[in-house]
Every structure is written in structure tokens, then in C-alpha cells.
Ligand binder design. Sequence first.
Ligand code: DOR
Length: 424
Amino acid sequence: MSRILIKKARIIDPSQNLDGVKDILIEKGRIKALGDDLFESEAYIIEAKGFIACPSFVDLHVHLRDPGQEYKEDLKSGMQSAVAGGFTHLVCMPNTKPPVDSPEIAQYIIKKAESIGLCKVFPAGAITKGRKGQELVDFYQLKKAGCVAFTDDGSPLMDSGLMEKALKLTSQLGSFIMNHCEDDRLAYGHINEGKVSSMLGISSRPASAEDILIARDCILAYHTGGHIHIQHISSSLGLDIIRFFKEKGARITCEVNPYHLLFNEEELLTSYSNAKVNPPLREEKHRKALIEGLRDGTIDCIATDHAPHAPWEKTSLEKAMPGIIGLQLALPMMLKLVREEIISLSKMVELMSSSPARILGLEDCGSIKEGSRANLVIFDPEREWLLDEKTNFSKSKNTPLWGKVLKGKVLYTIFEGKVVYRDV
Ligand code: DOR
């Protein structure tokens, strides 16, 4: 059916300051009309009274593990997980096997994702060949092949000279660098340096490791005029540094992972390696500072850092691979902050949709205006659901939320005018 009529949804669209109950008519992939009592005889009707409709979500940071580690996730399961979580546009990280350091691998991802067709997947290219931190990739060729940004995520780019060149070259191409900021001479351990690491006697990764690289990258962005996007911020001083350099006019954006907003390092004592992530969950004072950064606008967007791993890779804290899945969990996690009146619903939508869309320069999403592409999500903020084998679309289940009842459920995800997910 090429027409969809959504009846009586509460539309939240911060891009046009809209919060009101309306009907939405979708035709040929676009929003044909918003109105009070729309009628269309030949349309698929969605009764949305009591539910929220908003622009679909955009995630700047996911690991889809394809090619090379399809036992953890592949493009299909990752995309299914995404649309079940309300996401229609994803940037996938290049730490695949082989990594995305050549046009061929970027094209493999783009073509496979297009043939699956559930949502849009944009590859991020590596900054350095093999993600080894030694030799820059050919940014021009990778951008031409479809890479939308560049990062060695999983590993930081430690060489300041290379970072300076990368910022200059990518900004000449109208692209940008994303960096995993943790100085690897300091961050060689497993969990945050703090009370829990001392209690358990486990080697650690101090916040100073993150702060040092954030400071270096902000300084280089300031001097080169290049755009740096700081990935998964977790440290309070790091956030202050970003705030300082943003005020100076440097081109800096940053993302936060919902887990860093909702959990602190003590979660390791109950969830063990399912709460192990890099950068690590830190002390409460860092979590509180991140919440403040959301409120005052220093943090630009939410990104899930969806990082699937197999059960045998999540054994002891010392042996486990870092990472937590997040695509289906971001909405219920963020709604918790809304219920606690930490942020408004409109701010949540901005952080998950219009703001990341703006960072990527996407015009096709982040808004529900007449004439715009129909990329939207309808969710019930009150519906409770259990995260288990039946509801999880990822191939992996590494999250502290496994087996928990969550509040807030996506009912429909619409991508370019097609229903790509429906809660039945
Ligand atoms: O915890 C993490 N896992 N942090 C990263 O930066 C990489 C990711 C992964 O690839 O598993």
C-alpha cells in the first residue's frame, strides 16, 4: 500500500517546535499532509491515539560486525534490531574484519544493506590503514565510495601528527573525524579506575586517559578548523574541555551512550562483564556531569555504540571483550530520563533524531514536515516489555538489561514511506 494514514498521534517534532495531536498522511514515500481530520479511502490506517509519533532515530555509532564477525551480528540482524528500536539511519563502525579501509569494503556494506532495505546504513571509514594508527587511508576514495565520516573506533588514534592531517584533509572534503578518546598508555586495563577496580583488584582505565585525548583533539580542531566528533563521552572533565572549546568556536560535536547516562561503575558488581564497555562506566559524579551536559546542550546527541559480542566472549571481567548492545534499548532507557523529568520528550527526540541528522548533514530525516521524506517512528511510552530471546533481534545479548522488563516500546517504524517494523 503506497498510502499510510496515521490517526490521532501525538506528534513531537522539535525541528518545527511541534507537540500536538494530528493525523499524518504518507504517500509515495513522503509526508503528504498533517491535519486534524484527514481522510483517505485507500490507505493503510494506523490508529495511534495515545501514542507518540516523532522523526525516526539516527545512530552515529553502531557495530554491525559485517564483514567478518557475523556470529555476533550481521547487517540483517543489526538492521532488524535497529528498526525494532526506531532507528532508520545508522553509521556503522569500521572495526570489521577486514576493516573499512578500502572502497571495496565500504561498497560491500552499502550494497548488502541496500539489498536488505530495512533502513539506511552508512559506513564510517577507518582513519588509518588496518586501523593500525600508522598510515592515513585515502579519504577521497573512501568518501567517494560512500563513507560519511572516519574513525579508528575501538582504538584511539594516538599519533597527533596524523590526527592533525586527518582533520585538515577530511574538512577539505566536507567530512569529519570521529575519535574514540582514550590514551592507550593509560587505558590498558579493564574497568574504570575507582572504588570498584580497587575492590576487585582489576587493572583499570582512568578518566584522565579520556580527558587527555579529548583535550588534544579539541585543540587540533580549534587550530585546524576541522570537525571532530568525540565518541561515547564518559568523563566529567572531558565534557568541561568540550564545553570550553565549543565556546571558543571550534567545530566539535559529541555523543553519549545511554548506558553512561543511566549506570555507574557499581553496575559491574551485579552485571559483571555485561557492563564492561570502553570507555568504562565510571563513578556517579561522572554520570551526573553527563546528565548536566545533556541539559545544557554540550552533548549533541545520543549514540548507542551497539557492540554485540558472543557469550563466550563475555566471561570474566578480565577476559571479556568490551561492549554492550543498545539499538532496541535506547528508547526505553531515554524514556526513563524523561519520566524522571531530567529531559523533556522533545529534547529526547532532538538528541536521537534531528541533532544526529544535522551532524551527518542528512536532509531526509529528523523532521515530520509536509513534503519531507516519511522517516518516522510511533511508540507507546507506557508499554512494558521483557527483553528476552523472543523480543531481541540482535544475535547477541550482552547487556545488563537482559531479562529485565523495560518501559517504552516502538510500535511502528516507517522508513521512506514503508512500514519496516510493526509490533504485532
Ligand atoms: O566497548 C566498546 N566496544 N568500545 C568500543 O569502542 C568498541 C566496541 C566494540 O567494537 O566492541
